[in-house]
Design a protein around this ligand. Structure first.
Ligand code: UDX
Length: 434
């Protein structure tokens, strides 16, 4: 099937490449010329495992191309909208500028019978408004939210847990077109849920709100553990054995960040208030507040471990990305902790396997070192803020001890073996652990 994908960021670029890999003829469209140039060369403009291979294969097969020219969307049967919906600069609601601009730019090239499939995360009610805009062209709008995780985006796109398609009353025909698009997953029996616009839009924000709540729940338990001497990781293991609860997303630490969870819960709370139901999800404000407090806690641990001040102390920060397998530093708790320590007068050295370039661009005042061991050299204290394997599995406490000036380690992700680090002579501090 001929498809167009409008917006070639984390979502759109992966979607375009993944759709080409399952046999479709895809054009990816974006206004950013440098992004399009890089994608056209088969180079991913961001770090995403598996994406470069898909791009190369897709371009070589002739089924995948990228352009800045919206006119090339003409002739595609399904047009996916995958542009960003960032947080508004002066508020917590979602900024729909890019979604509206993408749809407006696409409208002149739509034909009778085309399907416009929105994938961006939007406030509930957006699809109904966009459907009115699209209707005069004879095309039909559906809402088809995306649930991909960065770092696993290729797998999540080609082989999702579920597919959700929001349609109008007469939507079975268009739902079938989407079934045809996602034919390998449909053939495999992956749940395919056809519903109304509002439900489809809400499924996405509800899922992210739930995940954020789960993380903040365990971080709240970490706060209680800190004043009672309990160990939150053991607590998480124990409650996680209950299948109704489950252990995933019960990783206590410096909390969630990234381009989705933080802005999505804020936008959801803002939308609920507009709808007169602010109180229904007022707890999301608390979820956000708990999350932000964990960054303070991590900084406090470093400060107290260094005797009450980090002024002119060498602090090595391991990690900058908001999570491993990503070079994304948007709303990264890791980078935030580094910036706060710098603000307190510490000499901060920061390293990350993938995110240094992005971090340096955002915070040029920090000292970036690509090599982990080089970064550790001479440190008075070390803090792990992104649980890359390079720090979690491949860093021996004995070897690290030979490089630093002071054996103080703060485990901001509870990802290290506390006993092994203590045995090697380190003062170990976890998050919500004795
Ligand atoms: C998230 C959703 O998982 C995905 O379904 C949606 O489409 C987009 O938003 P992503 O932003 O890629 O995906 O990251 P995710 O893996 O969910 O992690 C989010 C943050 O939570 C990271 O900062 C991570 O470090 C943190 N986290 C995750 C925890 O602090 N503890 C955990 O137990 C799990």
């Amino acid at each position: 099937m001929r498809l167009s994908v409008i917006g070639c960021g984390y979502l759109g670029a992966v979607h375009a490449a993944a759709m080409a890999s399952i046999g479709h003829d895809v054009v990816g469209i974006d206004v950013d010329e440098s992004k399009i140039a890089s994608l056209s060369r088969g180079e991913a403009p961001f770090f995403e495992p598996g994406l470069p291979e898909l791009l190369t294969e897709g371009i070589a097969s002739g089924r995948l191309r990228f352009t800045t020219d919206m006119a090339e969307a003409q002739g595609a049967k399904v047009h996916f909208i995958g542009v960003g919906t960032p947080q508004q600069k002066d508020g917590s609601a979602a900024d729909l500028t890019y979604v509206n601009a993408a749809v407006d730019a696409l409208i002149p090239y739509l034909s009778e019978g085309d399907v416009v499939a929105g994938k961006s995360t939007v406030p509930v009610g957006t699809a109904a408004t966009l459907a009115e805009r699209v209707a005069p062209t004879g095309a039909t709008l559906v809402w088809n939210p995306e649930f991909l995780r960065e770092g696993f985006a290729v797998k999540d796109t080609i082989d999702p847990d579920r597919m959700v398609v929001g349609v109008r009353e007469d939507g079975e025909r268009v739902a079938d077109i989407l079934r045809e698009v996602y034919h390998p997953s449909v053939a495999k029996g992956t749940p395919f849920i056809v519903t109304d616009y509002a439900t489809a839009e809400l499924v996405k924000v509800a899922a992210n709100a739930f995940l954020a709540t789960k993380i903040s729940f365990i971080n709240a338990m970490a706060e209680i553990a800190e004043v009672t001497g309990a160990d939150v990781t053991t607590l998480a293991d124990a409650i996680g054995h209950d299948a109704r609860i489950g252990r995933r997303f019960l990783g206590a630490g410096i909390g969630f960040g990234g381009g989705c969870l933080p802005k999505d819960i804020r936008a959801f709370a803002a939308r609920a208030e507009e709808l007169g139901r602010g109180e229904s999800i007022a707890f999301l404000r608390e979820v956000d507040a708990i999350n932000m407090r964990r960054r303070d806690r991590a900084v406090d641990l470093v400060v107290s471990a260094l005797g009450g001040s980090v002024f002119k102390k060498n602090v090595t920060v391991l990690g900058a990305a908001f999570k491993p397998h990503s070079d994304d530093i948007r709303d990264s708790p890791a980078l935030d902790v580094a910036v706060r320590l710098h603000g307190l007068g510490a000499w901060v050295t920061i390293t990350d396997p993938e995110a240094i370039e992005n971090a340096r661009e955002r915070h040029p005042q920090l000292n970036y070192v690509a090599d982990r061991d080089e970064a550790l050299r001479g440190a008075d204290a070390v803090i792990v803020v992104t649980e890359w394997d390079e720090y979690r599995r491949q860093m021996s406490p004995e070897h690290a001890a030979s490089l630093v000036s002071g054996r103080v380690i703060v485990d901001g992700r509870n990802c290290l073996d506390a006993a092994a680090w203590r045995a090697a002579g380190w003062e170990y501090y976890g998050m919500g652990r004795p």
